[in-house]
Design a binder for this molecule. Structure first.
Ligand SMILES: *[C@@H]1O[C@H](CO)[C@@H](O)[C@H](O)[C@H]1NC(C)=O
Ligand SMILES: *[C@@H]1O[C@H](CO)[C@@H](O)[C@H](O)[C@H]1NC(C)=O
Length: 300
């Protein structure tokens, strides 16, 4: 199509050019800031920072507030991973949560997969707590010790999620396997797509030695760091979600990803023997009749 250029049109052209220039410089800025491509801040913008190159992110907690971010997209099934370095020194009472959730509030119907890092007094080990919620019901905690100090370096924390199992990994070592039973049930979240979140907050009413150890605000701000977010999964799109059914085209949905591999089984056995502090499936004081998912073998 040929265009005749009227004075009005050329004026329009100039302003369009200016707009295009402006938006392309914005696009360039955003591609230099990997954070904004995929995440937004949930609360307290001023407690969030990035490194100069934009690749490392910092969340801080002080007496006033914590901070949190979330992905812009939701996903259903896949491999979700990120590297975290936790608050060092005396971090009693501080919780860093890294989790997937179907909602951005704590709605009563939410599905959720949690990693929570419970801070501790200087020199005492961090614990990592995991939990699984379906339709707002959790209470499926496990707690583990780690085999390293998570405040010294970045380590990767990942979730494999498909219709058969949810596996929590630390540096590619499976620390927890949560199985589906292949039937309609009340324990295995597999229908709702989830966002990925992270946040840092004060939980000195319960986090460290059941709330006995209080947050020492003289040590604030408490800062946790993040980098290398990666997702190899199905990105949800409304109104015709691409990920409604599992496909055999994607590795995370395929047979090999329905079970641990042989070498993962060896790592998992080592974790089971050495690092488990708490397992709700063994807590018969709390659950005189153990929940049905507790009878599913992680080895299958
Ligand atoms: C991150 O954002 C980019 C740009 O919007 C997008 O192409 C990509 O799919 C996103 N990655 C994930 C894992 O959602
Ligand atoms: C903190 O350290 C103490 C002493 O090693 C330990 O008993 C406790 O389980 C640790 N973690 C938490 C979250 O309290």
């Amino acid at each position: 199509m040929k265009k005749r250029v009227s004075p009005m049109a050329s004026l329009f052209f100039i302003s369009a050019l200016a707009a295009a220039f402006h938006s392309s410089s914005e696009a360039a800025a955003s591609s230099q800031s990997p954070f904004e491509d995929n995440f937004s801040i949930m609360w307290s913008e001023n407690h969030f920072k990035t490194s100069e190159d934009g690749n490392t992110w910092f969340l801080s907690l002080d007496k006033e507030t914590g901070c949190g971010f979330q992905t812009k997209q939701r996903y259903r099934f896949g491999w979700f991973s990120m590297k975290l370095k936790l608050v060092g020194g005396d971090s009693a009472g501080v919780v860093t949560a890294y989790y997937m959730c179907s909602e951005n509030g704590a709605g009563p119907e939410r599905d959720e997969l949690d990693f929570e890092f419970l801070g501790n007094r200087t020199g005492q080990p961090y614990l990592i707590q995991t939990n699984v919620y379906k339709n707002g019901v959790g209470g499926r905690e496990m707690r583990h010790m780690l085999w390293f100090d998570p405040t010294e370096e970045f380590h990767s924390y990942s979730i494999l999620w498909n219709d058969h199992q949810i596996v929590f990994f630390v540096d590619r070592v499976p620390i927890r396997v949560f199985k589906n039973n292949g039937e309609k049930n009340y324990f295995f979240p597999n229908e709702k797509p989830m966002y990925l979140f992270s946040s840092i907050w004060n939980a000195d009413d319960w986090a460290t030695r059941g709330g006995l150890e209080k947050t020492d605000w003289k040590k604030a701000p408490f800062v946790s760091s993040y980098k290398d977010f990666s997702v190899d999964g199905c990105q949800w799109e409304d109104p015709y979600p691409a990920c409604v059914s599992a496909t055999t085209k994607k590795w995370w949905d395929q047979y090999q990803a329905w079970h641990l591999t042989d070498s993962q089984k060896m790592d998992f056995a080592w974790v089971q023997r050495n690092l488990v502090i708490y397992d709700y499936c063994k807590d018969t004081d709390r659950y005189p009749k153990l929940p049905v998912e507790c009878s599913l073998s992680p080895w299958g």
